[in-house]
Unconditional design. Structure first.
Length: 367
């Protein structure tokens, strides 16, 4: 895979745009959440079990996670996660020999559903394991990231929750790749059923019916489209306008309790690692999300029939390429690249709009 060039999504170019501050948002109007069955009719309806919701926790009513976590050998756990990062599995090979960027994405997407309007979402509860989040388009292939952690979860059992383990894996990954973190604070307990949350009015994934006149996002929501954690990487409704994208970014991340500096740090820092995957057109290759499968196949989704179905043939967002020449090392190269080159629109092999340096600049710099 030598000879590739760096690429960007519209989200990244929008970092350079300056906009007027937006007004504060008040709380969400009452709306009705959609059940898993509304999205995926082939799923088994487990809502009757909510009548016995207090019995949902298999660890029992007397289980105290704080006490269990206090008995955990955290350094041993971190060592096991660190070892997993570079033990590439044939069924889902690690990009550049390191699952670090994959785990960072998993951790961020676990936390990134948080919204200030009602405190819903976020990493607590480990809701990424459940519908609808498990099958959101923006969480494509993260079922594999959690599968990679399953042997570790089995080893440590109730001493570490899934909610904590997903975040810890992201921390360890960043430390492995040379970033100095502030450490790790445990204490996120696991939920044992999907949280009943209103994620938006749309009836189709990636639809957008949440904006009013002047592109005012409906009160209480944060993400721009159904099934996205935050913003559309190709621009508002696929419009590759950096200024309009900056508007969406500021509003969405503001509703996630982040200011401009924190938003820039998140986007620039997170995209110091890894790559996007859009090796083929999704309609030609990619099967249903985990819960869109027939019932006997549910739980492991987005099966890819093109080429190897993974590695260099992986399809996730549809964007393709790395953002820096050192995708498994922490650096400031992302920001250096952003301002060092003039950028032009292009399309990935999957057909997604993205950006590349003009006139072949930086060609051959990405592994």
């Amino acid at each position: 895979m030598k000879g590739n060039a760096i690429t960007l999504a519209i989200t990244h170019l929008a970092l350079a745009a300056t906009l007027m501050a937006l007004p504060a948002h008040d709380v969400m109007a009452r709306s009705t959440p959609k059940s898993a069955q509304a999205w995926w009719p082939t799923t088994l309806d487990l809502t009757p079990l909510r009548q016995n919701e207090h019995n949902a926790n298999p660890l029992g009513a007397s289980f105290d996670y704080a006490s269990a976590f206090a008995t955990l050998d955290l350094e041993a756990l971190k060592a096991d996660v660190n070892d997993t990062l570079t033990q590439s599995q044939a069924w889902w090979p690690a990009d550049y020999g390191n699952y670090g960027p994959f785990f960072v994405r998993m951790a961020w997407h676990s936390a990134g559903t948080y919204r200030t309007s009602d405190g819903r979402g976020g990493a607590d509860g480990g809701q990424q394991r459940f519908e609808p989040l498990n099958s959101w388009p923006d969480n494509g292939n993260l079922d594999k990231a959690r599968r990679l952690l399953w042997p570790i979860k089995q080893k440590y059992g109730s001493q570490i929750s899934w909610a904590d383990l997903m975040v810890l894996a992201g921390n360890v990954a960043m430390e492995n790749m040379g970033f100095k973190t502030f450490g790790f604070a445990g204490g996120r307990t696991d939920d044992w059923e999907p949280e009943w949350v209103y994620w938006g009015p749309e009836a189709k994934m990636l639809a957008d019916e949440r904006y009013g006149e002047g592109r005012q996002l409906r009160k209480g929501l944060a993400a721009v489209q159904m099934g996205l954690i935050y913003v559309n990487p190709e621009g508002p409704n696929g419009n590759p306008d950096p200024v309009l994208a900056a508007h969406d970014i500021r509003e969405t991340f503001g509703r996630m309790a982040m200011n401009d500096e924190e938003t820039v740090a998140l986007i620039a820092g997170g995209h110091s690692f890894g790559k996007a995957h859009g090796a083929h057109k999704p309609d030609d290759c990619v099967g249903p999300e985990p819960t869109g499968e027939v019932i006997v196949e549910q739980g492991f989704g987005w099966k890819n029939t093109c080429g190897k179905g993974n590695a260099e043939d992986t399809v996730t967002s549809g964007l393709e390429g790395a953002w820096t020449a050192t995708p498994t090392q922490w650096s400031m190269m992302y920001l250096a690249n952003l301002f060092a080159y003039e950028w032009e629109q292009t399309r990935s092999p999957a057909g997604a709009l993205q950006w590349q340096p003009k006139e072949g600049a930086a060609a051959g710099t990405v592994p």
